[in-house]
Design a protein around this ligand. Structure first.
Ligand code: PHE
Length: 387
């Protein structure tokens, strides 16, 4: 039996618990909740991690400056383990379980395709920071991107090879079953041929391939002047290392944005010395908002004990989050439908990765950067607009 004193104490304790509980809840329900699905583990883990860092920096800056309509923004992160099926599951969870207002993600086009289908069906606005495959936004009213498309990227890569590198014979090497890799290879092919170039060899490799030596000797035997390899960094590291052994120098390779990772430099920086790739951004790009972003990012994150250079994934994640917040601020009331409308109306948004306007297909028209692998770092070389 409780003594009177013990009884009143427990009432007080319960009261306190209830009070703190409610206070906690109140704060939480008051926040504007956004979801993010990313490859935080698995084969493309640096894509997800880098993007998350960019988003977190944007959230921190926003909340410090007072949030949106006097509310703070909170982002719930989900790891899709670099798998499309998991991407669908995570997007479904963010919508059905967490009731998020909008979604950020993914990096790889194959996973944005999967997650985007769910978000579009459930009428939740989704912004991909960096998925470039053309199909990602096609016929999907609720899906947006803050990056260029692979049609534009292939055009710029082809023009750079033709006009600047002055190469006339190119080879193609790509992951046959991947939306991004095969789509970008095709786009390069079309644009390069239109310019008058010749594709002397066209090779798609199978998923999960790790031994590229047979392919490489076949590529070499067709004597291309350059080989366009629009694959992700993890595979590019293996290809570059095996190419060196096969006597194909790094300067033969030209890539796309999928190369952008610190792990490409760590794993095959030396093998790829002198190679070029198209990208969203470079740390030394001469754009007005880039310098302040790079400074803020370096102050917050470190890599191997030193201030970390942001990859384009971080810059794109930062811009995707900032565009979403900007759209949320522009709504009369922060609802999914209003966010979608505001996103579609975006004009001349000044991002760290250049100024962007969302077009009628929900794509962003932006300059494309050409980056060179030089002395173990990524160096800005040129910027081109797709025609
Ligand atoms: N553009 C790639 C895709 O659509 C993803 C990517 C973006 C990778 C930027 C690296 C850097 O799949």
């Amino acid at each position: 039996m409780l003594t009177r004193r013990a009884f009143s104490l427990s009432v007080v304790t319960l009261g306190l618990l209830a009070a703190t509980g409610t206070a906690g809840c109140e704060k939480k329900t008051d926040d504007l909740v956004v979801g993010a699905f990313l490859s935080l583990s698995g084969s493309d883990a640096t894509f997800g991690e880098d993007t998350k860092e960019g988003i977190e920096l944007a959230v921190e800056e926003l909340n410090k400056a007072g949030g949106i309509k006097n509310k703070k923004v909170r982002v719930l992160y989900e790891d899709d383990k670099s798998q499309p099926q998991e991407a669908s599951n995570k997007v479904r969870q963010l919508i059905d379980r967490d009731n998020v207002l909008a979604i950020l993600g993914e990096v790889a086009s194959s996973r944005t395709m999967a997650g985007g289908l769910i978000a579009n069906t459930k009428k939740v606005p989704l912004i991909t920071p960096s998925s470039t495959a053309v199909e990602v936004t096609k016929d999907r009213d609720y899906v947006f991107r803050v990056c260029f498309t692979d049609d534009q990227q292939g055009d710029v890569a082809a023009r750079f090879v033709w006009e600047t590198l002055k190469k006339k014979k190119a080879g193609l090497f790509y992951a046959a079953q991947d939306n991004y890799s095969s789509g970008l290879a095709n786009s390069f092919k079309d644009h390069f041929k239109k310019l008058g170039g010749e594709i002397v060899v066209d090779k798609g490799y199978q998923k999960n391939e790790t031994n590229f030596t047979t392919y490489l000797s076949e590529l070499k035997s067709k004597e291309p002047e350059i080989i366009f390899v629009p694959v992700y960094y993890n595979e590019m590291v293996q290809i570059a290392r095996q190419a060196k052994q096969a006597g194909v120098p790094g300067t033969m390779f030209v890539g796309g944005d999928g190369w952008d990772s610190h792990e490409l430099l760590d794993g095959a920086g030396a093998e790829l010395e002198g190679a070029y790739f198209t990208n969203h951004y470079a740390p030394d790009v001469p754009w007005p908002n880039s310098a302040s972003f790079v400074a803020a990012y370096k102050a917050k994150y470190t890599y191997k004990g030193k201030p970390k250079e942001p990859t384009s994934l971080s810059a794109q994640g930062y811009d995707a989050a900032k565009l979403l917040f900007d759209a949320m601020k522009r709504t009369p009331e922060v609802t999914r439908e209003n966010i979608k409308t505001a996103l579609a109306e975006t004009k001349d948004f000044a991002g760290a990765t250049g100024s962007l306007t969302i077009d009628k297909d929900h794509n962003a028209n932006k300059p494309i950067v050409v980056v060179q692998v030089k002395g173990g770092a990524f160096k800005y070389t040129a910027q081109l607009m797709s025609k």
